[in-house]
Design a protein around this ligand. Structure first.
Ligand SMILES: [Zn+2]
Ligand SMILES: [Zn+2]
Length: 80
């Protein structure tokens, strides 16, 4: 059994409302991808511990194109 993130695998899209201007926020890549820029040798498990997010969640950044605010939202992984 394998758990995957629906956003990383393009299975679902999440609509998140910006808390500041109520515009629609757009999903960006998973946080792990951002970490890769700075720490390519960190394995996934360590990265998830650093984020304080359980392994069953994938942390995504949602970005508001209207006011530039971003928000980290843990996405529940689904079982395939
Ligand atoms: Zn993801
Ligand atoms: Zn906004």
């Amino acid at each position: 059994m394998e758990t995957i993130c629906p956003i990383c695998n393009s299975l679902a899209s999440y609509i998140v409302q910006c808390p500041t201007c109520h515009n629609k926020m757009e999903a960006q890549g998973a946080i792990e991808e951002y970490f890769d820029d700075y720490s390519p040798y960190l394995d996934r498990e360590i990265t998830e511990k650093l984020d304080g997010v359980a392994a069953e969640k994938c942390l995504h950044i949602f970005y508001c194109t209207e006011c530039g605010r971003d928000k980290r939202i843990p996405i529940d992984k689904i079982i395939m």
